[in-house]
Design a protein around this ligand. Structure first.
Ligand SMILES: [Zn+2]
Length: 135
């Protein structure tokens, strides 16, 4: 099975996301590395390379996610899938306060934890973007 993503599909994924990471909302224009298509359900778990299973992701979110599909909710200990940008609405799962991404749901909690959305450098970056009126 080919895992390559066509240029056309890459362009679609980027435009659909308004050129922002669909997890941490970092704009592509402000990222050090190019954003990339993320298999929401990784290929090794049977995820397909199509519009429904791809999200636009910054490199850090994509690397931190790795081949995972979810984790244990730190509040309940239950196994929970990550936030799914194709099936769920960011604003219903997260909010940003003082440059910190606050999870509102179990899916958001495991996403914030495993994707390390609130690492110190990422919070600093968000503060800079906010000051520049970009967030
Ligand atoms: Zn990201």
């Amino acid at each position: 099975m080919s895992n390559s993503i066509s240029l056309h599909l890459r362009k679609f994924i980027a435009e659909r996301s308004l050129n922002r990471c669909e997890y941490c909302l970092l704009p592509q224009a402000l990222a050090l590395h190019k954003h990339e298509p993320d298999h929401i359900i990784p290929v090794q778990h049977g995820g397909e390379t199509n519009k429904e299973n791809l999200a636009f992701s910054c490199m850090r979110c994509n690397r931190n996610k790795g081949p995972n599909v979810g984790s244990f909710d730190p509040e309940t200990g239950k196994l929970v899938p990550f936030y799914n940008p194709r099936k769920q609405n960011w604003d219903e799962h997260f909010k940003i306060k003082d440059a910190i991404i606050i999870p509102l749901t179990p899916e958001a909690r495991v996403t914030v934890m495993i994707f390390r959305l609130n690492n110190e450098d990422r919070i600093t970056e968000r503060k800079c973007m906010k000051e520049a009126g970009l967030l």
